[in-house]
Design a protein around this ligand. Sequence first.
Ligand code: PLP
Length: 412
Amino acid sequence: MSHLAILGGAPVRAPKKPWPAWPVEIERAVELVSEVVRGGHWAYDGPKEWQFAHQFAAFSRATYCLPVANGTVAIQLALEALDIGAYDEVIVPGQTWQATTVACLDVNAVPILVDIDPETYCLDVAQAEAAITPRTRAIIVVHLYGAMADMDAVLALARTYNLRVIEDCAHQHGSQWNGQGVGGLGDVGAFSLQASKVLTAGEGGLTLTNDWELFQRLYSLRNCGRPFKEGSPTVQSGNYRMTELQAALLLAQMERMEERVNHRDENAQHLNRRLAEIPGIRPMKRYPQVTRQSYYCFSFRYDSAVWDGIPGTAFRKALGAEIGLNVGTTYEPLNRCSLYKPHTKRRHHLNEGYWAAIDPARFELPVCQRAYEDEAVVIWHAFLLAERADIDEIAQAVEKLYEHRAELREAT
Ligand SMILES: Cc1ncc(COP(=O)(O)O)c(C=O)c1O
């Protein structure tokens, strides 16, 4: 009989023992959604939407929050609010969900893909600087995989070259840099509230800013060009609004948001301490400025060379079998991503020069590729809501795999 669950042995975690359920705050959500249904104000600009917006702004230590239809649109509207458009270059990390670059294409800008920092899997600031040209207008920094980009360096770079900064915070509701929430560090923050995110309305998104002018432009952009109030600036636009029913779902979750983000962070820090003791396993870098880390995905780095050459895919599968969780890798790097194909849409064919400029294959992303193929080990966040003893089982499972790596090696 094998020691390893993947080969029929007993797993570290009892097979039917459940991990925390998702989504959360169900009963409270039912109460608040019922209030909306009975109240009759189902659309946008309702009392619950603005209550949520104020709560999320306070939670993020930002001045203004504006809910929108989804996270992709949040990035698009951020770009438009900053007046970024045709042929402007926007620097984007090659490791992110395709939405970050799709939003750039949808404002006729040129996404310039740069490689990631191997310590954080977020934007490599030196690579970003090397990619700056006279056409560069903005940097989109994406905080993901349980680490933050070096925001001091990003903001200094933006100041030096007079660039705007958009933070894509789809993965990090509640992360803080020196006590300031993500999304409020640059010019505009964009968040997704899609079903799997740590704050969710099923679908939905929001923007954050500390700038009154930008907030008013964002409002006009999300609402068919209407002004926020009499005299506010207006911008030609369509309908990118959220509904009051979604706001009710969000308000229910805000009641325990601080507690849950903190709980995940405490468990993640504990797990990182334990994982750091295992050969060939390295937690993601946490800058000292990170005063709170939020996790859409908990991640760590696996070095197959230290594990006798066992490929990352085999390690992930074996770990998943031990703990009863789906253990995956990062998004596909955007230069080879099956869902990022700008040339399949004729609307993007503005001219030959633009068509060539938006070809993702022209960018080299070796760090993204290495992370995706072999190194990254990624687990979706709900397990971090478990108790400490459950979290310890994950470290025990990695220790067990290391101890029995000869067996795993043999089987791969
Ligand atoms: C990093 C990142 N940016 C943007 C988005 C887009 O958000 P949405 O799916 O709400 O449009 C996502 C969604 O997964 C994401 O992970």
